[in-house]
Design a protein around this ligand. Structure first.
Ligand SMILES: *Cc1c(COP(=O)(O)O)cnc(C)c1O
Length: 422
């Protein structure tokens, strides 16, 4: 299997090369040159999630040295449950929040970290991951890469601009992870990362690599849980579920589209977005207009220019196809809050603000239709929004509690690249 750039002006590469590079040299994102079909059934889910993942992902690594390590990588990365939580006979939530940082980004970050560790062992040159974070991504990346051999990680966050809990999760690491509290804004942090990448001598010397959501190593594992859960749903209900996916950079939902194209029993795929409505507006008008992001309660989806849109545009090359295959609805903060309360009253099920966008869309447009809402984060991660609406406190999951009790360490710096490499 080879990978091609969405912009079509870079040479084909192998999976390992695509994962190591992140972005293609022409600035595009990597996609497989074709969508493989796999003989896989609900029987395969009985072997456990990691084994299912290995089988489904095998064709993506055909001919690549990572293939022989694929099962090890999946076993190590996916060491937590991936359950469907049934609200009634034909409605479920796919809970993707049982990993170490209790949000779905654990799947992608952990798979990427495992794959990179194997790639580094083979090539013999160490690398440095640079990640700027406004809160959650940095924690998932730090957790996933902690103690990975041959890889150092520098996490940058804007001092005083993240919540206490987020800061704890960013600064509780040691060994190969260094966290920088930057006297500046998130944009300053991101600017420093971009500047470091542009400096070719710095980039060469440190082996700079990014771990952001455009990396192929994060996309591939996001195919697996959609396929896996659709088989389990179909077995129980006898029908294909509609998937409603809370979306920001649309990486997660791209995984759902690829699963469906591979043959998973998936009906319509629907993007729930917050008040950042670039995509629903595009589908309505036919004109794609990236915007500045606006802040909402579902803040991990505050994206005005979704980076994975480039992949969806290749998967669906014409506007006509996009309109036929992509449905998207925008959900306001008021609707998020009301939905958190309703789902708790009706099902005693606390949900996070991101998941609430999906539940609102289900209630409005897919009532009574067999469907899965993808639950992207644990409600305990957003307790200040969720608890007032449901009137009870949410116990902190064990893995988060463990992180909250670790000692912390960070380096405070001015927003200048030279301080990062001092
Ligand atoms: C990142 C994130 C999303 C959005 O996922 P995309 O792949 O960017 O569309 C939704 N919910 C949570 C909790 C997230 O962390």
């Amino acid at each position: 299997m080879h990978y091609i750039s969405t912009r079509g002006a870079s040479p084909k590469v192998t999976a390992s090369q695509a994962i190591l590079q992140g972005l293609a040299p022409d600035g595009g994102l990597y996609l497989p040159e074709f969508i493989p079909k796999v003989e896989i059934t609900v029987e395969d889910t009985k072997e456990g999630y990691p084994k299912f993942a290995e089988k489904l992902l095998t064709p993506f690594f055909e001919g690549d040295p990572l293939l022989e390590h694929l099962l090890d990588i999946c076993n190590e990365a996916f060491c937590f449950p991936v359950p469907l939580h049934w609200l009634n006979d034909e409605s479920a939530e796919l809970e993707l929040f049982h990993g170490p940082t209790i949000a779905f980004k654990d799947f992608g970050a952990r798979f990427l970290a495992g794959a990179l560790e194997k790639i580094i062992a083979r090539q013999g040159k160490d690398i440095t991951i640079l990640v700027a974070t406004s809160g959650d991504t940095g924690g998932a990346v730090a957790s996933a890469f902690h103690k990975k051999k041959g890889i150092s990680v520098k996490v940058l966050f804007p001092l005083g601009k993240v919540s206490d809990r987020q800061q704890q999760q960013l600064t509780c690491w040691d060994e190969n992870i260094t966290t920088y509290g930057v006297h500046g804004t998130f944009d300053d942090c991101q600017g420093m990362v971009k500047e470091a990448f542009r400096d070719t001598s710095l980039s060469e010397k440190w082996g700079l690599t990014s771990a952001n959501s455009i990396n192929l190593g994060r996309l591939l594992p996001q195919i697996v849980y959609h396929y896996y859960s659709s088989l389990l749903f179909q077995k129980k209900v006898g029908k294909k579920p509609v998937y409603i996916v809370p979306s920001g950079n649309v990486g997660n939902v791209t995984g759902a589209y690829i699963a469906k194209a591979m043959g998973a029993p998936i009906g319509d795929i629907v993007l729930a977005v917050n008040e950042n409505k670039t995509i629903p507006d595009y589908l309505a008008s036919g004109v794609y207009e990236p915007r500045k992001s606006v802040q909402t309660l579902a803040n991990a989806m505050d994206v005005g220019d979704p980076s994975n849109m480039e992949r969806l545009q290749i998967l669906f090359p014409s506007h006509q196809e996009r309109v036929a295959h992509i449905a998207s609805y925008s959900v306001s903060d008021a609707q998020i809050v009301e939905t958190i309360g309703r789902i708790y009253r009706d099902f005693q099920n606390p949900i996070c603000p991101h998941t609430a966008t999906g539940e609102w869309v289900r209630d409005q447009y897919y009532k009574g239709v067999p469907s899965i809402v993808v639950a992207t984060a644990h409600p305990g991660k957003f307790e200040s929004v969720v608890e007032p609406e449901i009137g009870v406190s949410i116990p902190v999951p064990k893995q988060l509690g463990d992180l909250l009790n670790l000692p912390t360490k960070m380096v405070e710096i001015a927003p200048r690249v030279d301080e990062l490499f001092a």
